[in-house]
Write a new protein. Structure first.
Length: 595
């Protein structure tokens, strides 16, 4: 079998020049730089010592004449001849330091990587105020690489150090000056440092590239399909990639006053999330593997064939559908549907995919079936509640999602879409589900900090406007999900109804103590006053001054069986699970009845 790659070596200077001219695409220049500065320091230290710093993997771009440039600034090349698949962070580090370019942090703010160097100690450090003030150090070695004359830079450094030494009554020896000169020359010569390179042929497909990457990458990192899709966007529609990344950036940063962005208090957005949405909404694809092949121009009738006209056609579809995905109004109307389903923040949303595949469903209803905002809100709320409760988008879910998308593709009206939603939901959420499955080991009969069944119970409390357990006010559970209601400390805390210390004395282990049914959310101020006594001791104190009607209402709203404080703990768990499941069912029925 013919090799699809070749081995070669390139100098750091050559690689940096290829990036600067645009011949080598380095998309990482536009995305968050994830390395710590200490790793950049160690990279330069290893090169200075002559140690290997790993290999690079480059992938040749198809020559179509329609590519867009990657990176920033003006390029000599209209489009990159190669993109870097492995080694992005190393090349980004070298390019940023040697060219004095800024990188992006996790919030997409620009920052400089400052590496300091002490030539007399031949030592690198991350730049600090100490290295900035110390005349023995070059605060930022970028200054050396950017200096018009390295000889003049060296002489100026020596002159400054001599003056600093003289001020202390000391001198800089000739030997020290030679060391400085020698080490500055060595730093400059790091541009001649050679790196091994795997050059993968343009005919190699993404499966080949991913397999090569895994087999030669000792770190065990895997390339994901969204990495390839984003690379394709960089090549053929960089503006679309920038729009996706800007939407992601904005989702984490409060906007300036008077401006509405993707920012919200429910979820952050990553580029891969939006890729999933646009593939599902625009192409009826859940498997990103096929999403990549679509955009690459794969002819599915002829295995392995790539049709550039198909690629252009599919990119045109992408350019039509992406604006719908990135529409700020649609995004926030969808988030209202999530909140209407009782999921008021991401603490109770375990599956990130639930948000974005539900968003794709929202967009399909809006644009394909012309659902009104009100009707779409209720349809999406029901679907999201259902998807979270049954863990629809967890594990190996892509084939199921594609089955859904293929079925929806055959529908011709909003009524048919509504029937599709109801049939899928009602098929799963039967009376047996609420009476047997949900209170059992597949739902609430587990221990731990939370699962989808518990989170659906909390969402149900929000939907049903339940008041906070044990609270002396009429404060709703939903209000305690809002930020800032109690300073820096969370207002809402889980509380063991049968206290942990009490159950420990009874011989129960943590798995039995931390059962979902033994938890309730209460206001933390009240929680601080509750002792570790038996419920039969503290509950009458909590209820003091309340009417019997108030007590019954509080118990019903919070799934507490009447007389629970006197129950055997194991009996209490069984009975409370039934009531928790009933509350989830009641919330589900409320959402269902709104359709």
């Amino acid at each position: 079998m013919a090799e699809i790659y070749k081995n070669t070596t390139l100098t750091v200077g050559h690689l940096i020049n290829k990036i600067e001219t645009g011949e080598l695409g380095l998309p990482e220049l536009q995305r968050p730089f994830v390395w710590k500065d200490t790793k950049v320091r160690d990279l330069f230290d290893s090169m200075m010592r002559g140690y290997p710093i790993g290999y690079l993997m480059l992938w040749e771009c198809p020559d179509t004449g329609k590519n867009r440039t990657i990176g920033t600034g003006t390029h000599s090349y209209e489009s990159p001849k190669e993109v870097i698949i492995d080694g992005q962070q190393r090349l980004t580090s070298l390019f940023a330091v040697m060219k004095g370019r800024k990188v992006l942090n996790s919030r997409f703010d620009e920052r400089a990587i400052v590496i300091s160097y002490c030539p007399l100690k031949n030592k690198f450090e991350v730049g600090t105020s100490a290295t900035k003030k110390d005349p023995e150090w070059v605060y930022d070695i970028s200054q050396l690489y950017l200096a018009p004359s390295s000889r003049k830079f060296t002489n100026n450094f020596i002159d400054s150090l001599q003056a600093a030494r003289a001020a202390k009554g000391e001198a800089l020896s000739d030997e020290e000056q030679d060391i400085i000169d020698e080490n500055f020359t060595a730093i400059e010569n790091l541009e001649k440092f050679t790196m091994p390179v795997f050059d993968i042929d343009a005919n190699g497909d993404e499966e080949d590239v991913a397999e090569i990457f895994v087999r030669v990458n000792s770190g065990g990192v895997e390339l994901k399909q969204n990495d390839f899709i984003l690379t394709l966007l960089s090549l053929y529609w960089d503006e679309g990639r920038r729009q996706i990344e800007q939407f992601s950036i904005d989702s984490t940063k409060p906007p300036i006053v008077g401006k509405t962005t993707s920012y919200n208090l429910i979820t952050g957005v990553y580029a891969q999330d939006l890729i999933r949405v646009v593939m599902a909404y625009g192409f009826d694809r859940a498997r990103l593997k096929y999403g990549y092949k679509l955009l690459r121009g794969a002819d599915f009738d002829h295995k392995g064939a790539v049709d550039l006209s198909l690629r252009d056609q599919r990119f045109n579809t992408l350019k039509t559908k992406l604006p719908d995905v990135l529409d700020i109004h649609s995004w926030h109307e969808f988030l209202k549907a999530v909140m209407n389903a009782g999921y008021l923040n991401d603490d109770i949303i375990l599956s990130h995919n639930s948000i974005f595949y539900s968003y794709a469903m929202y967009l399909i209803a809006k644009h394909r079936f012309n659902a009104s905002e009100n009707e779409n809100l209720h349809l999406t709320s029901l679907w999201f509640f259902y998807a979270c409760l049954v863990s629809l988008y967890s594990g190996s879910f892509e084939s199921l999602v594609e089955n859904h998308l293929n079925a929806i593709k055959e529908l011709t009206s909003l009524d048919e879409y509504r029937d599709f939603i109801l049939s899928r939901v009602e098929e799963r959420l039967t009376n047996d589900y609420f009476d047997i499955t949900l209170p059992g080991s597949e739902g609430l009969a587990v221990s731990g900090r939370g699962n989808n069944a518990w989170n659906a119970y909390v969402a149900a409390l929000n939907i049903l406007d339940a008041k906070i357990l044990f609270s002396k006010t009429s404060l709703l559970v939903s209000k305690l999900f809002e930020p800032g209601t109690d300073g820096k400390r969370k207002s809402l805390e889980k509380h063991h109804l049968f206290p942990k210390a009490y159950l420990k004395l009874k011989g129960y282990n943590d798995a039995r103590i931390n059962q979902m049914a033994n938890y309730a959310f209460i206001d933390w101020k009240d929680n601080a006053d509750i002792l570790d006594d038996a419920p039969s001791v503290y509950y009458p104190v909590v209820c003091h001054g309340r009417t019997e009607e108030d007590i019954r209402r509080m118990e019903v709203e919070n799934a507490l069986p009447h007389g629970w404080e006197q129950m055997d703990y194991e009996v209490f768990l069984i009975e409370r699970r039934k009531l928790m499941s009933a509350i989830i069912k009641k919330a589900y029925e409320k959402l269902r009845n709104n359709i």
